[in-house]
Each structure stands twice: as C-alpha cells, then as structure tokens.
Design a protein around this ligand. Sequence first.
Ligand code: ZN
Ligand code: ZN
Length: 273
Amino acid sequence: MRPAGHATDYHVHTARCGHAGGTMRDYVEAALARGLSEIAFTDHAPLFFLPGDDPDPGLAMTRAELPGYVEEVRALGEEYRGRIDVLLGLEADYAEGHEETLRELLASHEWDVVLGSVHWVAGGWIDAPGADRRHQEEGTVFLWWEYFRLLSRACATGFFDVMTHFDLPKKFGHRMPGSLSAAEARAVEAARVSGVAVEVSSAGLRKTVAEEYPAPSLLRQLVGAGVPVVLSSDAHAPAEVAWGRREVLAAARAAGASEHLSFRRRERRRHPL
Ligand SMILES: [Zn+2]
Ligand SMILES: [Zn+2]
C-alpha cells in the first residue's frame, strides 16, 4: 500500500561501497514494495582525499567505479519511469584542505542530490568498525568538538544539498558532552546560514546508540532555525530501504517540521509532512 503523501528515501547505498549488499534493482524493488514515490541512490563517493585509487576498499567505491554507478542509476531510472523515480545522488565526505578535489569530483556528473558527510575526523574515521576505541584514546570531548568544527566548515562550503547524520559521533553510544552545546549551536547556525538541509535518518536506531540522527533536541534546534529536512534510512541492504520510516516521520513532526524536501538536478521541491 502506498503511504499517504510524497514518500521518499534520500540515503541509499549500493554494493559498490564494499559494505552494502544486494543489487541496485533489489533496492528499487524494495522501495516500490514499500510504496515510496522516490528513491535516491547516494553511494559513498570515491575517497578523493586519500592516496591511491582504492585507499579503503571496504568503505567507498573506487574512482574507476564511479561512471558505472552513474550509468546504472540512470538506466534504472529509465526502466522504472512512471512507477517510481530513481534519483542519482552521492554521499561525499567533507575533508578539510581537499575542497578543490571535491569540487572537481562533483562537477563530473549531473547529480540530483549531493549529501555531505563528516566521517573523517582528526585523521581517522569516526564511525568505522573499531572507531569506538578512539573515544577512550583521544577523548569524547575532543572528538565531538573537532567533529562539529568540521561539520560547520562542511556546511559553509556550499557543496552539499543535505548534511547527513548530524550527530554521528554518538554512533557507539558516546553522547555529546553537555559542555559542547555551544559547538553544537554553531553547527546549527552554520547549517542555517548556508541554506543546506539536514536528513532525519533511521540509521542511528540500528546502531548502539539506538536513536535517530539527529537527536530530538538537536533536530528541534535545526528545525527551529528554519533548516529543511529530508527523510532517509541510510540503507546498506535492500531490506533497510524506508526502514524506520514511521519513527523518522514522527521525529521530524515532533521537532516541529511541517515539510520535507525532494531534489531534481539539485533543485529542491517541498512536500507536506
Ligand atoms: Zn555516512
Ligand atoms: Zn550513508
């Protein structure tokens, strides 16, 4: 049954990133079965800021894989036209000092939507398997502080349509220390000023922290500042498409949002929630 309104999932991976399963067709079929009107593929962009063609095979597609990814999304879009809209997106890392390389990468194709993510913090991944150790070794306060600094910079680049998992360092259960509320507020302000949207994602509900991204109080701040929202699952398997959709909708509404966005060739459209 098709859910009421305009149902979307704006954060979906593919096997090319090395840590997702299923074929792309399986993801589209799952989206259709769940009554979505749109699915945006947003696989991990090649790791443009690390050396070599495939610096971390388990985390992102290679540079060589990018054209095939674009082709396959567009082909599925043609094939499913009239039944569901299949959009071409990308989840790109923000990496300080590598802005020009990212600009070139983004200019190489006509994206429908570009997600901006800060996964690389202080010289390492903040969310990869084993990264929870960093909280003991480097300190939770330091990691959160540096994360918000980078996230604020990422917002200001103007490269991204949507910022993902806005409070990602909580993934393994290390909540934001209360002393960092000013840094958090600066990130909210950076999002507001840049005009970027934020995703409300069910992915956190599947992680140790067991809470959607962003946390309710943070999402309230973002919505209160006028930052628009996008709904997403961050699916890494076909079964995760639209996963937790009810919870994500409830979280967005509870934060005061009355609309969500969709994108075509990076132009935004608004839909009632
Ligand atoms: Zn991500
Ligand atoms: Zn993702």
